[in-house]
Design a protein around this ligand. Sequence first.
Ligand code: DX5
Ligand code: ZN
Length: 228
Amino acid sequence: MAYTAKIGPSILSSNLSCLGAECVRMMACGADYLHLDVMDGHFVPNLTFGHPMVECLRKSVGPDPFFDMHMMVSRPEQWVKPMSAAGANQYTFHLESTTNPGNLIKEIREAQMKVGLAIKPGTTVEEIAPWANQIDMALVMTVEPGFGGQKFMDDMMPKVSWLRSQFPSLDIQVDGGVGPDTIHRCAEAGANMIVSGSAVIGNEDPRSVIALLRTVVSEAIQKRSLDR
Ligand code: DX5
Ligand code: ZN
């Protein structure tokens, strides 16, 4: 099986005045990657940061940590080159935000980044299918994008199960309300890239939470491979 369990803290829930130190701390606590939420106040009703911040973060954490950019923006085409130049590794755009996903996928690849494709809760999973063989990762949102700390939407799990059945080796990410209470559902459905914000960063022992999330997902992957 090509995919493995990877845990990426969403640093949106951290003390944003110390973002560099928080990123370093998450990596030291065992994070596999860092999930960076970019919001433009238009595609979602909230505002975070853009490529100048990513460039500073890259300088602060060094070349190794994998930056998974979750682009909750209305014109994702606009930021592909600036994000690549700033040190982003993966560029996840929302299917709802563009009229030409094929061209955007091509532009992201030309900019030497991995490609992620996200869907909001109201978007059907079948809409990912035409692009699934051209992307590195599908992101199934488990809350309405825009804010950390929301309640996990269990009714998104059939989307994850369907993707896993159709695309057995695709990286599948879940984002929103994921933590120790909800990870079993995500893992059983077939998600392997786990974003967790408040549950990891709000805990006094982030290392243990990251380790627990990884163990649950790894066990589900192992079980699936034995069942095949
Ligand atoms: C929400 C963001 C998430 C968020 C996750 O729009 O995409 O990445 O920060 O935070 P939690 O895990 O607290 O829901
Ligand atoms: Zn996110």
